[in-house]
Design a protein around this ligand. Structure first.
Ligand SMILES: [Zn+2]
Length: 82
């Protein structure tokens, strides 16, 4: 279901560094705002305390909105498989 991460485009970057980058912070903040700061899992009502999750890693650094999902901590952990 989840795509393997291809860092070919990334040179020396790795995912941890990327997630800590200012760019990702800004991108995820922008997406969360678009999503209304709500968990997007159907029937979940968590608002505010949400995180941005990559649905796939195909476009790291140039994600489309459709590559991202806004989720609460609980659902984020489920999606990561803990
Ligand atoms: Zn949720």
């Amino acid at each position: 279901m989840y795509q393997a991460i291809d860092f070919g485009l990334w040179g020396s970057w790795n995912y941890q560094e990327y997630i800590c980058s200012d760019w990702w912070r800004a991108r995820s903040a922008e997406y969360k705002q678009k999503a209304g700061n709500r968990c997007e899992v159907p029937d979940c009502v968590i608002f505010g305390k949400v995180e941005c999750h990559h649905k796939n890693y195909l476009r790291l650094g140039r994600e489309l909105d459709s590559d991202l999902i806004c989720v609460c901590r609980k659902h984020h952990e489920e999606m990561r498989g803990k």
